[in-house]
Each structure stands twice: as C-alpha cells, then as structure tokens.
Design a protein around this ligand. Structure first.
Ligand SMILES: Cc1ncc(COP(=O)(O)O)c(C=O)c1O
Length: 400
C-alpha cells in the first residue's frame, strides 16, 4: 500500500517540516494511519479526482461539500474566468455585489438584506455579531461545528479565557437543554445558532421548537446552512421545513468551489450589520460572486437537489444491502438529507472499519471514514453503482 501512495507520503514528509501539522484538512491527519490512504491530489474533473501518484478515484468527499455540480463545471468556471478578465478585485464597490445579494434574496424570500464573505466561518461569526448588536445581549447558544473561529472552540486552552461563559452549548436533540440555558441566563442570550444537520433524523418539529424557544426568550434564531444550502430539497432546509429564521449563513456549495459565503436575513436584523466592521480585503472579490450567481442558476435549472436526493438514496440503499449481505456491522444513512450520506460502523468494529476503508481507497473510491460524504450532479448512477460494487467486494473480504 505504501508504494501506491509514495508520492503523497514524500510530499507529506516535506510538508511536516514546514507546515504545522503537515496538512490543512482533517485536523492534520491522514484519512487512515500507517500510510493506508492518499493525501495529495493534483487533478479533479466532474466526480473524479487523481492523487499525486496518478491513481483515479470516484470522489464522494467532494472537498467537504463545495462541489454540488462536480469539479470544473464548465458553465460555472467560464463565468468566473470571464469575470477575472474584467478585474477580480477593484478599489471600490462593484455592481456584482448588488446583483449577488439580489440573486440570493430571490431564493430566501423572508430575507431582505445580505452581506458577503469568503468562508462559512466568517458568515457564522458575522451572524453572531449582528445578533449581539441587534439584541444588545452578548451570549450565544450553539451546538455542533460552525467554523474554526475562537467562539466555536470556546472550551479550548488556545482561545481567550472565559469565552465559554458567553458561548453556551446546547444539544439539538434535547430541546430541554436549550430551555435550561435560557433559565440559567435570563436576558443574556442574543441568538441560538443551529446547523440543521444536528437534528437527525430529519425532524421539522424539533427545528421549529428550537426556533420558537429562541424567540420566546428574546433571542434571534440563526440557521447555519453552510452544508445544506443549495443541497437540501427546495434549496435549503429552511425551505424544505417551511421555517423562517432571522438569519441564514451559506457557503460551501454556493460557489461550486469558488470561495464565497453569505449572510442573509430580515431587514429588522440585518440593518444592525452596518458599521460593525464586517469587511475584509477580499470580501468584494468578484470571480467567486460570478461563479455563485451561475451556480444558483444551474442548481435551479437542473433541479439539482432532487437529483442529489435520488442519487444519495441509491447509494444508501446499496450500502445497507451490501452490509446486510456480508454481515458487516455498519449502517448507512443520510440525515437529514440523502445528498449527504454516510456509513457508520458499530462502535466495537474499529479494526473492520479501517480494513474496509483502506480497501475501498486502494481500489479507487474516495470515502471518508469519519466525516459525512457528498454526492454531486456530476456523479451518475453508473458511478454510484461502480462505487457500490467495490464496497460490496470490500465488505465480502472483511469476512476472510
Ligand atoms: C455547518 C457549518 N458551519 C460553518 C462551517 C465553516 O465553514 P468554513 O469551513 O467555510 O469556514 C462549516 C464547515 O464545515 C459547517 O459545516
């Protein structure tokens, strides 16, 4: 196996000397220990990637979510490149800034204003800042991952002291835990932020209950749709559920690989975004905005969420059938949406799990052992069936 990934590991050795942790994604770790997984990829097209050793994979990680239409989508990339040629970042404002927010507001009818950023972490951090200014309160209630910024790691010893007194954790599967925070911190909590995938299996009523609880206690409700935006049925989980938050954060699929993020919300709330320093040098960069406008158009034109849901479901059904056929203690699911499938091994089957992933990776299917996966509109049923054939074979070999 080490030979298959020789170029990857040679790069990794060099990287470890000059980049803290060696690699930027996945907490600085390879997918699997012991040289069992590829680490560097130098080419991508549609649903496929090629590692630094020249091995091809059907990619089901898709760069952790951005490529809803697949790598190198010709229309999206052409829009971005055309924009590059007109000047990517200009000294003052650009007409695309206005058009981009207008395009977004069409898709989130409750929202009346928006702001643009480069990464999901920036959009979620901005949402909290706006909420603090709007409510005059300082604390926030959160659960799950919302980015790399200090407030998302409030207990860690590498962030400012006592951050955890203002960033309060609740459990999205236990509404009472949120009620307790409001009881313990009356009139202190500015906003409740929720990434809808934290409520699983999909449960409209549970999300609505969190929104109601926030409002009943004078806090704003923020839906962090960084993962689910443009992927969920109807284009977002809030559209799917018919729930209206005060603020929504978007990134990942928004630019189909071009770096862009946004915060949209009601005028009542978003107007507090003026004058609170939400700007950075590269926020106004326009090629990613042109890409995002094109991505929004194509996702709608092709009804991408319906296709992704069908494809994800096909994969999940096939994975569960393979696990049952081969008596493997693993269960596939897509919670809250099939467009983000995953295979979960039983807790006591670590050895089986590692052997399984090492095997599928060595045969050209890029699956993440510890993070949910993503399908794209570039994947065909044939790609999914090819991946399933390798999965089935790898599961059969676990018994040997
Ligand atoms: C729900 C959610 N919010 C925010 C973020 C942060 O986005 P980014 O990595 O673009 O900063 C992520 C990233 O995975 C996410 O999944």
């Amino acid at each position: 196996m080490a030979e298959r990934y020789a170029a990857s590991y040679a790069l990794y050795e060099r990287a470890c000397k000059i980049i803290p942790g060696g690699i930027q994604l996945d907490g600085g770790r390879p997918l699997l220990h012991g040289g069992l997984s590829p680490l560097y990829f130098d080419r991508a097209r549609g649903p496929y990637v090629w590692d630094a050793d020249g091995n091809r994979y059907i990619d089901l990680i898709m760069a952790y979510g951005p490529f809803v239409l697949g790598y190198g989508h010709p229309e999206v990339d052409a829009a971005a490149v055309a924009q590059l040629e007109h000047g990517n970042l200009i000294s003052m404002n650009h007409p695309l800034h206005v058009r981009f927010i207008e395009e977004l507001l069409h898709r989130f009818p409750y929202a009346e204003m928006g702001a643009f950023f480069k990464a999901g972490s920036e959009a979620t951090t901005a949402a909290l800042r706006v909420a603090r200014r709007a409510t005059g309160r300082r604390a926030v209630a959160r659960c799950g991952y919302h980015g790399w910024h200090d407030w998302c790691h409030s207990n860690a010893d590498f962030v400012p002291a006592r951050l955890d007194e203002q960033v309060l954790a609740y459990d999205a599967l236990d509404t009472q835990s949120l009620q307790r925070l409001f009881d313990e911190h009356p009139d202190e909590i500015a906003a409740v932020i929720l990434a809808p995938e934290m409520v699983h299996p999909s449960n409209r009523e549970a999300v609505a209950a969190i929104a109601r609880l926030a409002h009943a206690n004078g806090a704003l409700f923020i839906m962090d749709e960084v993962k689910t935006g443009l992927r969920a049925p109807g284009g977002s989980m809030q559209n799917f559920y018919g729930i209206r938050p005060d603020l929504t954060t978007l990134s990942k699929a928004l630019g189909n690989g071009w770096p862009i993020a946004a915060l949209v919300g009601t005028r009542d709330t978003m107007r507090y975004g003026a004058g609170i320093s939400l700007s950075a040098t590269y926020h106004g960069e326009t090629s990613a905005m042109a890409a995002a406008i094109e991505t929004l158009r194509i996702v709608e034109r092709d009804n991408a969420p319906a296709y992704l849901e069908g494809l994800g479901q096909r994969f999940i059904t096939g994975l569960n059938a393979a696990a049952a056929r081969n008596h493997v203690p693993a269960r596939a699911y897509g919670e809250p949406i099939a467009a983000m499938p995953f295979l979960s091994f039983a807790d006591d089957s670590r050895n089986l799990k590692e052997r399984f992933y090492a095997d599928v990776l060595s045969r050209g299917v890029l699956l993440h052992p510890n993070h949910l996966w993503y399908v794209s509109t570039a994947h065909t049923e044939r790609d999914i069936d090819d991946a399933l054939a390798i999965v089935d074979d790898a599961m059969a070999r676990l018994a040997l």
